[in-house]
Design a protein around this ligand. Structure first.
Ligand SMILES: [Zn+2]
Ligand SMILES: [Zn+2]
Length: 338
C-alpha cells in the first residue's frame, strides 16, 4: 500500500513547530503552521498552496515571509486558514513592505478566518499592492460537535477544533476520504501501462462518477496510438483496491484541561499519525499550565485516549535542551500505558 500523504516535522523538535504534508502524485502539499521554515527550500515552500495556522504567536507565524517571498511573482493562489485575527495579522505582515513594483504579479493571497458562527474571507492581490478586497462573511453550518470543517477537497477533508491557549489555538485533522491503490501486476497482465490516465481514473472516483461511467484513454504502444474505452466499475474491479484513507492530526499550544482534552481526543480519534506538542516534562506540569501548554505525559495520554497508531511529539521547551529523550520517553510511556 502506497499512502497518499507523506508527512514530517519541518524542524528539529526544539525548533519552531510545523508539519509538512506532501500529497503524492499531485505536486500539491499542505503546511500546518508557519514557524521558521527556510529549511524546506523554495520548491517545497512553493508547492504548499494551502496553509493551516494554529495561531499567530511568533514561533507559528514568522515563516509567512518565506512563503510570501517564493510565491511572489509566480502565478498562484495561496490559501491560509486559521483562527480569528488571522486576517488582521496577514494584512499587518503585508503592510510591512513596499509594493510599488508588483502590479504585474499574479499572486493572490486568500485568507479564511473561522469564528464561532461565521467564516470571514478576504483576498489580497499583488496586482493591487495587496490591498484587502472581496471581503465577505458566511454563516457557519450549525453543528453539535466542537469539530468544524475548514477545507473540503475532492480527496480529503481538513477539520479543526478551537483549543484554549489563553487565545484560540486551532488543532487540525487531515482525513483522506478513501485510498485508491493500483494493482500494477494486474495492469501489466492486461497489457496496460501505468500513466496519467490512472490519475484521471482516481479523479473520476473522487468526483463520485457512477460505475457505468465510460471514458476513452489514448494509450501509446511503439509509437502507435490506440484508443481504449473503459467502464469505470470494471477498472475498479480489475485493477484497483479501495480502502480506508489516511488520517493525520496536529495539535499545538494548548492547556491541559477537560475541555481541551475532549476536543483533541475527538479530533485525533483513530489517526495514523498524531503530531502533538509536548513542551514540558510532567514534573513541571504547573508551569506548563501557567504557560497554557501541554506536558509530554499529557500528550501521551491524549494520544492513547484517541487510539492513534503513532504519536510524534515536538515543540520542546529550550529549558530541556539535552533532555529530548526524556520528553520523548515520558510521552511514549503514557501513550503505551506502561
Ligand atoms: Zn502559542
Ligand atoms: Zn508555540
Amino acid at each position: 500500500m502506497n499512502p497518499s500523504f507523506s508527512s514530517y516535522l519541518i524542524n528539529d523538535v526544539f525548533d519552531d513547530p510545523g508539519v509538512y504534508v506532501d500529497i503524492r502524485w499531485s505536486k500539491r502539499a499542505l503546511l500546518f503552521d508557519l514557524g521558521h521554515n527556510d529549511g524546506l527550500g523554495p520548491t517545497r515552500l512553493l508547492r504548499a498552496g494551502e496553509i493551516f495556522v494554529s495561531h499567530t504567536h511568533m514561533d507559528h507565524f514568522i515563516g509567512f515571509d518565506a512563503v510570501l517571498r517564493v510565491a511572489l511573482g509566480r502565478g498562484k493562489t495561496l490559501k491560509l486558514f486559521g483562527p480569528p485575527g488571522l486576517i488582521e495579522n496577514v494584512y499587518g505582515k503585508l503592510r510591512g513592505y513596499t509594493w510599488n513594483l508588483v502590479d504585474g504579479y499574479p499572486l493572490t493571497i486568500e485568507v479564511r478566518e473561522f469564528h464561532e458562527s461565521e467564516m470571514h474571507q478576504i483576498k489580497f492581490r499583488a496586482s493591487d499592492g495587496f490591498q484587502p478586497s472581496e471581503q465577505a462573511a458566511f454563516p457557519a453550518s450549525p453543528t453539535s460537535s466542537p469539530l468544524f470543517t475548514v477545507l473540503e477537497d475532492p480527496m480529503f477533508t481538513v477539520k479543526a477544533v478551537t483549543l484554549n491557549h489563553r487565545i484560540p489555538s486551532f488543532a487540525y485533522s487531515l482525513e483522506e476520504h478513501f485510498h485508491i491503490n493500483v494493482n500494477k501486476q494486474k495492469l501489466h497482465e492486461a497489457g496496460l501501462r501505468v500513466g496519467v490516465w490512472l490519475n484521471n481514473v482516481k479523479q473520476y472516483i473522487r468526483q463520485g462518477k457512477p460505475d457505468d461511467f465510460r471514458f476513452t484513454v489514448a494509450l501509446y504502444d511503439e509509437h502507435r496510438r490506440e484508443d481504449h474505452e473503459f467502464v469505470l466499475g470494471e477498472v475498479k474491479e480489475r485493477f484497483l483496491t479501495i480502502s480506508r484513507g489516511q488520517k493525520i492530526a496536529y495539535a499545538v499550544d494548548a492547556r491541559y484541561d477537560e475541555e481541551n482534552e475532549a476536543k483533541v481526543v475527538a479530533l485525533a480519534q483513530g489517526a495514523d499519525i498524531f503530531y502533538c506538542e509536548s513542551p514540558y516534562l510532567d514534573c513541571d506540569a504547573e508551569k506548563a499550565r501557567d504557560r497554557y501548554h501541554l506536558t509530554a505525559r499529557q500528550a501521551g495520554l491524549m494520544a492513547r485516549k484517541a487510539q492513534v497508531r503513532d504519536l510524534v511529539v515536538f515543540h520542546f521547551s529550550p529549558r530541556y535542551t539535552g533532555q529530548g529523550e526524556a520528553l520523548e520517553r515520558e510521552a511514549m510511556e503514557a501513550f503505551q500505558g506502561e
